[in-house]
Design a protein around this ligand. Structure first.
Ligand SMILES: C[S@@+](CC[C@H](N)C(=O)[O-])C[C@H]1O[C@@H](n2cnc3c(N)ncnc32)[C@H](O)[C@@H]1O
Length: 289
């Protein structure tokens, strides 16, 4: 018989009225892996318990085994479950060296391209609640408001996608605590956000460049064109090597010639994508074939 995890994992749950076994955890981890590629090791059992217990209550059951039966046959609830178990931690100007590279190396090329009337396309893949893509939008428009407005009038689009619907909703709302904007250089913040009490709202000029959509990276991608840059940072850390290498290859093939791929600080390039990409900075790669 499988061991009950509740008392050891949930020391603050004095009622112990919800039944959660190792087998339940393994079944949930399997579903999450096959739906999203995220690998859940035993250390995540407490997180699974605490995030899903409210769903059990909504469905009026005190048994994870019953809930698993439900998610197995109900695709909507399965989606809710996978959404709830995503890790959405993010912040503005995370890994600032990527923004330095983007501003110094990519921005002049992208502006030339946009001014020639060509489309500029940037993808934040696994954008979470939008801090990454808004940081990029502000960085592209730059520290001169008049120049930024001229740039914004060109054919520039940032695609920002994530699996988690709640994260996309927050991104679309474009409203953050002012304190969250602190890492953004002051000139960018001053030009491209406006104050709303304790909050800051991303300026409509920046918002208009964004296209948010729900997208599972493991599924087919509905794109016709190639991207000038792809940011997929702190997403693949939760994937196993096979999933990660397959995704890296797809990213490489989705980049325009000389386009850039930015990945998270603890991630590295490996597998068949190495044939397409050359390291040009810390966790920055350029498509060279
Ligand atoms: C830790 S956040 C990273 C956010 C941002 N890129 C950053 O570096 O700050 C990881 C995001 O990846 C998303 N994610 C995980 N698996 C995914 C998948 N299979 N398809 C799309 N997004 C996924 C999660 O929902 C989460 O919002």
């Amino acid at each position: 018989m499988s061991t009950l995890l509740v008392s050891s994992l949930c020391p603050f749950d004095t009622t112990n009225d919800v039944i959660f076994s190792r087998a339940d955890f393994a079944a949930i981890a399997n579903i999450v892996y096959s739906e999203s590629g995220n690998v859940y090791t035993d250390g995540k059992a407490t997180l699974v318990y605490s995030r899903l217990t409210p769903r059990l209550r909504i469905h009026r059951t005190d048994s994870f085994a019953e809930y698993i039966k439900l998610v197995t046959k109900d695709a909507d609830e399965r989606r809710v479950m996978v959404n709830l178990l995503t890790t959405n931690h993010t912040y503005f100007y995370r890994e600032a060296h990527h923004y330095d590279h983007f501003i110094e190396t990519m921005r002049p090329e992208l502006i030339d391209k946009a001014m020639r009337g060509e489309p500029v396309r940037i993808w934040s893949a696994g954008c979470s609640s939008g801090e990454e893509v808004y940081s990029l939008g502000m960085a592209l428009l730059g520290e001169s408001r008049s120049e930024g407005l001229r740039i914004a009038a060109k054919d520039i689009r940032f695609l920002a996608s994530d699996l988690a619907d709640h994260a996309i909703e927050k991104a679309r709302a474009a409203k953050y605590a002012k304190s969250a904007l602190a890492p953004v250089p002051a000139d960018l913040r001053n030009h491209w956000t406006k104050s709303d009490g304790d909050d800051a709202i991303i300026a409509p000029t920046v918002q208009n460049l964004m296209r948010f959509r729900s997208l599972n990276l493991l599924h087919q991608w509905p794109f016709d064109g190639l991207f000038d840059a792809i940011f997929c940072r702190n997403v693949m850390i939760y994937f196993d090597t096979a999933t990660k290498e397959q995704l890296l290859l797809r990213f490489a093939q989705q980049l325009a010639p000389s386009g850039y791929l930015y990945i998270g600080h603890s991630e590295r390039l490996s597998g068949p994508a190495e044939a397409y990409l050359t390291a040009v900075g810390k966790t920055i790669y350029q498509r060279t074939t």
